[in-house]
Design a protein around this ligand. Structure first.
Ligand SMILES: NC(=O)c1ccc[n+]([C@@H]2O[C@H](COP(=O)([O-])OP(=O)(O)OC[C@H]3O[C@@H](n4cnc5c(N)ncnc54)[C@H](OP(=O)(O)O)[C@@H]3O)[C@@H](O)[C@H]2O)c1
Length: 333
């Protein structure tokens, strides 16, 4: 790949910071790097990979000459500036929900549907929701082998998925609880320290936004518009790394050994086949790593076509930043 002029929009955020780390770690060839944040941060100097960068606000000038714009500043910023950056010649890879259900815009996990990148007239690619990404990386190879028909998933999602301010608030709550003080909240809808929350917006019919995303995005990425997907999403008091309990039913019968064999050959997956106390995939161990870790692989006690899995991955890395950079590498490489 020739050196690229890259803009990171939301460069000071949880995902933006991880994007910078991923670009450096993968030695992504940079001709220049422009770091874009909110107008309140413009002018502030940040240090990255041995260089100082002055943060700028989004503007037409900021996108001039940019080959690749990695957006992670929320859906409204993406809606406003994504099409402008694309019309000025950039490939836009967007981490927000702004374009994920647009039929003209590919929603891509490279291990699953890189082929969707071929058809990209708008020069915008949507990066899926973090909890969906790690699940489809594990399910796609099993679908190819056995024919996926139904998924029931419960998530155990880390607070880093809610952004840098929520992470700070959770840390303060944890300190308050340890000090015997009553914790407070303003970013989160309640206390997460020592607790569980369903902190996503809800619709009147009781669904959380995150659950809807898991249904619609899984169907679009896997190209299975009728797939039965039944999620329950939960935020847990973990700083980083999402975990998921997945029950999947297939057209063909499945066995633990066959699933292990398929997943051992799957891109982006590490199988954790040991079982025993503390030997399962864990969010602390997965943090900072690229792969999706799949363990606790069990045959269903009453259905020979179903398997149970525990799927763990770094939500800010594979669930956002790494997946976005992998998309850019595929398109520009
Ligand atoms: N965290 C995850 O695991 C995850 C996973 C998948 C997708 N996402 C998505 O990625 C996006 C960012 O998430 P995050 O967790 O990184 O959030 P975050 O930590 O709250 O960071 C938000 C970033 O957006 C910037 N920003 C805010 N207003 C802006 C504006 N008007 N113009 C330009 N930049 C602006 C902020 O800059 P300032 O510092 O100046 O405020 C900051 O850099 C969201 O759409 C989120 O849904 C997050």
């Amino acid at each position: 790949m020739k050196p690229q002029h890259v803009a990171v929009v939301g460069a000071t955020g949880a995902v933006g910071q991880e994007m910078l780390r991923v670009l450096a770690q993968r030695k992504f060839p940079l001709a220049s790097l422009r770091l874009i944040a909110s107008p309140a941060s413009a002018g502030r100097v940040v240090h990255f990979d041995g260089n100082d960068y002055t943060l700028v606000a989004a503007s037409r000038e900021a996108f001039a000459g940019v080959d690749l714009a990695l957006f992670s500043a929320g859906a409204s910023i993406s809606r406003e500036w994504g099409p402008i950056a694309a019309s000025m010649g950039a490939l836009v890879v967007d981490n927000s929900s702004a374009f994920r259900q647009d039929p003209e815009i590919p929603l891509v996990v490279p291990e699953v549907n890189a082929h969707a990148l071929a058809n990209n007239r708008r020069r915008i690619v949507a990066n899926p929701n973090c909890s969906t990404i790690q699940m489809v990386v594990a399910l796609e190879p099993l679908h190819k082998a056995f024919g996926l028909e139904q998924v029931i998933v419960s998530t155990y999602q880390a607070i880093s998925g809610k952004g840098a301010r929520a992470l700070d608030e959770f840390d303060q709550q944890t300190r308050d609880v340890a000090a015997g003080k009553t914790p407070t909240h303003s970013v989160l809808p309640g206390i997460l320290a020592g607790n569980l929350l369903c902190d996503w917006k809800h619709t009147d019919d009781g669904w959380s936004e995150e659950e809807r995303k898991m249904v619609l995005e899984t169907r679009k990425i896997m190209g299975l518009p009728e797939l039965a997907v039944s999620p329950t999403t939960v935020r847990v008091p973990v700083r980083n790394g999402h975990s998921e309990s997945v029950w999947a039913r297939f057209a063909k019968p499945v066995s633990r050994n066959a699933v292990i064999e398929v997943l051992r050959g799957a891109p982006g997956v590490t199988v954790v086949s040991e079982s025993g106390p503390g030997l399962h995939p864990q969010p602390r161990a997965a943090s900072g790593l690229d792969d999706v870790f799949v363990g606790r692989i069990r045959e269903d006690a009453s259905n020979s076509h179903a398997i149970q899995l525990f799927v763990v991955s770094d939500n800010v890395r594979k669930g956002a930043a790494l997946n976005a950079v992998q998309i850019a590498e595929r398109v520009l490489g």
